[in-house]
Write a protein that binds this ligand. Structure first.
Ligand code: SF4
Length: 208
C-alpha cells in the first residue's frame, strides 16, 4: 500500500485533559457497507472546523446541526450493533476529533467496548494522527485511541481525489492501524486483514 507521507513520525501521546461538551449528530446509518469492512453502524457527528473545499457534507460543519446526542441515542446505537452480522461502528462527520466532540464519543465507545468488545471501531478525521492527535493539541486522546482499530486521517483534498480508493476519498488520507501504531511507536498502515466478507453472508441471510 502506498504511504502518502514520507517518513513516519515518532508517536508522542497527548497529555492535556479533555473537557466535556454536549454534541449534536447529523445522522446514524444503521447498516453501512461503505465506511469500513463488513456491515457497520455509522454515526455522523456534527461540527467540523476544517472546511475542506469540495466537502461532501457541508451542513455538518455547524456544531448545532442535527439532533442532540443523548444516552437514548447511545442505547439505539448499542442495539443496532448487537446482531452478529454487524462488524462494528464507524465514526464520521463532521469531525469526530473536534475537542468538543471527544467527550461524548469516548462515552459512547466506552459503552460499546464494555458490552461488545468484539466489534471493531473505525473513525474518519480531517486531523493528522501524529501531528494533531498524538501531539496533544486536541486534548488528551489516549482513552479515545485505546478504543479505535482504524483511523482514516487527513482532510479531503479535492486535487487528490481518487474514486478508486477504498474507504477514503483522496490520496493523502491514510488508513492507520491504531493499536499497532501505538505499540510500535510509529505509524503502521492498516493492511486489508479485515476485508474478508465476514459478516456479509449472515447479513444477507438476515435480510432474506
Ligand atoms: S473534514 Fe470532512 S466533514 Fe470536515 S470539511 Fe473536510 S471533508 Fe468536510
Amino acid at each position: 500500500m502506498n504511504h502518502p507521507q514520507a517518513a513516519p513520525a515518532r508517536l508522542i501521546l497527548g497529555k492535556t485533559k479533555n473537557e466535556e461538551f454536549k454534541m449534536n449528530y447529523a445522522t446514524i446509518k444503521p447498516r453501512d457497507i461503505a465506511n469500513g469492512p463488513g456491515v457497520r453502524v455509522s454515526l455522523f457527528v456534527s461540527g467540523c472546523t476544517h472546511h475542506c473545499p469540495g466537502c461532501f457534507n457541508q451542513e455538518a460543519w455547524d456544531f448545532s446541526y442535527g439532533e442532540p446526542f443523548t444516552q437514548e441515542v447511545v442505547d439505539r446505537i448499542l442495539e443496532l450493533l448487537r446482531p452478529g452480522f454487524v462488524r462494528g461502528l464507524t465514526l464520521l462527520g463532521g469531525e469526530p476529533f473536534e475537542p468538543q466532540n471527544q467527550g461524548p464519543i469516548v462515552d459512547l465507545l466506552r459503552q460499546v467496548k464494555a458490552q461488545m468488545p468484539e466489534k471493531s471501531i473505525w473513525a474518519f478525521s480531517g486531523y493528522l494522527f501524529d501531528r494533531d492527535i498524538l501531539s496533544g493539541r486536541l486534548g488528551d486522546t489516549r482513552e479515545y485511541l485505546s478504543y479505535l482499530d482504524v483511523l482514516v486521517d487527513g482532510p479531503f483534498i479535492q486535487a487528490k481525489k481518487n474514486l478508486a480508493l477504498r474507504f477514503r476519498g483522496s490520496e493523502n488520507q491514510r488508513l492507520i492501524d491504531v493499536p499497532a501504531s501505538l505499540a510500535k511507536g510509529e505509524i503502521v498502515l492498516w493492511e486489508d486483514w479485515q476485508t474478508q466478507k465476514k459478516g456479509m453472508e449472515e447479513y444477507a441471510q438476515h435480510q432474506g
